[in-house]
Design a protein around this ligand. Structure first.
Ligand SMILES: Cc1cc2nc3c(=O)[nH]c(=O)nc-3n(C[C@H](O)[C@H](O)[C@H](O)COP(=O)(O)O)c2cc1C
Length: 358
């Protein structure tokens, strides 16, 4: 492999290729992480939608399948059991953790003290320096094209802002809209240390997403994957379908009714008490810009997402997605995907004059 693909990112994370498979709830399960890691990328387990016990079982499963290859765990600082998940990562020697909103200074110090790399995702340039001040070892900057919750700065503008702010201090991975070797070559040429991809890994034969739902993703065009606040009050990029259209048309009152309805069902599944739900919602509301109503809705969104992502009913749930799904029409396995990305990146780098690229 080209020396140009040996970057600060691969050296820090211990992977072969400067490509991160990002966390995606109910998608970045052990099967996907095992496949991406064994293919040479760095995979993050999506533990933000897991209980600590589920997370530990998943970590053990991954370790057994990948041997000495390192991998990471994604968690949410407000999820019940976040502190135990940190302990699990330490006990099992996980290489890195990723998160959106930074955990407490105490938790970050604990992670760093155990030699675990902290890899926050940022969606706005102004958050880059703050992320480093809070202990980031690597930054993933996700442009607005990206899937799931997302900001409104396009990928290349955010990458420029992030590199200008902190690129000399910490490795930066560009995210939002990547799917192939051309994108990796462009990001490296721009000054990034690698790329991070969600949607492209979701659309592999190794992802656990039901076939019916994958087929719906493959049909979507770039302009059919808008950002909407209708699901949980926060900007989130999703494939436009019947459910999202209905959510967009209903008013705030209907959203609250729906949130309560799903909340009751969610309680049955998770066993969480109403007090637990309100406590978690309140903790998020008091530490973020969100209202209690928004955090309650955010707590209930999982039920709607799971309809599509777990139950295989793409029209009855929502499909978080990057716009890049509009450019994807196949479901390769991770080994083929990573191999094609390496070959494609090396070809582009060679073509622009990097003659030692192959
Ligand atoms: C289906 C789906 C679920 C996601 N779930 C999470 C999550 O649980 N935690 C998280 O930090 N990011 C989540 N994301 C965001 C991704 O980790 C990643 O940052 C994003 O998909 C990158 O953009 P791309 O899809 O254009 O590659 C999700 C994205 C998708 C498409």
């Amino acid at each position: 492999m080209s020396k140009l693909l040996d970057t600060r990112l691969t050296r820090a994370l211990g992977c072969d290729v400067p490509v991160i498979q990002t966390a995606m709830g109910w998608v970045a399960t052990p099967s996907l992480v095992i496949a991406s890691v064994n293919a040479g990328a760095f995979g993050f387990l999506a533990a933000a939608v897991m209980t600590p016990d589920e997370c530990e079982r998943a970590v053990i499963q991954i370790k057994q399948a990948v041997g000495a290859r390192p991998f990471g765990v994604n968690f949410h600082s407000f999820q019940p059991g976040a502190e135990r998940i940190v302990d699990i990562c330490i006990d099992h020697g996980v290489r890195a953790v990723s998160y959106g909103r930074s955990p407490s200074t105490k938790l970050i110090e604990k992670l760093k003290g155990a030699g675990i790399l902290c890899v926050p995702t940022i969606g706005a340039g102004k958050h880059a320096q703050k992320a480093v001040d809070l202990g980031a070892d690597i930054i993933v900057c996700q442009g607005g094209e990206g899937g799931g919750h997302t900001g409104d700065t396009p990928t290349w503008l955010l990458l420029a802002q992030t590199l200008d702010a902190v690129g000399a201090d910490v490795p930066v991975a560009a995210a939002g809209g990547f799917r192939d070797g051309r994108g990796l070559a462009a990001a490296l040429a721009f000054g990034a240390d690698g790329i991070a991809m969600g949607t492209r890994f979701l659309l592999t034969s190794d992802s656990p997403t039901p076939e019916e739902t994958k087929a719906r993703y493959l049909q979507a065009s770039v302009t059919e994957i808008p950002v909407s606040t209708a699901l949980d009050g926060l900007p989130q990029r999703m494939v436009m379908n019947e459910t999202l259209a209905a959510l967009e048309q209903s008013g705030k009152l209907m959203m609250l009714v729906r949130a309560l309805k799903h909340g009751m069902a969610f309680r049955k599944v998770t066993g969480a008490s109403l007090t637990d739900m309100i406590k978690t919602a309140w903790a998020m509301a008091s530490k973020t810009d969100m209202t209690l109503g928004q955090t309650m809705m955010a707590g209930n969104a999982p039920m709607i997402i799971q309809k599509a992502m777990v139950d295989g009913k793409p029209d009855e749930g929502v499909l978080p997605s990057g716009q890049v799904a509009g450019l994807i029409d196949d479901l390769p396995d991770c080994a083929t995907l990573i191999n094609d990305i390496v070959t494609g990146a090396e070809a582009r780098l060679k073509a622009i004059g990097q003659t030692d690229a192959v």
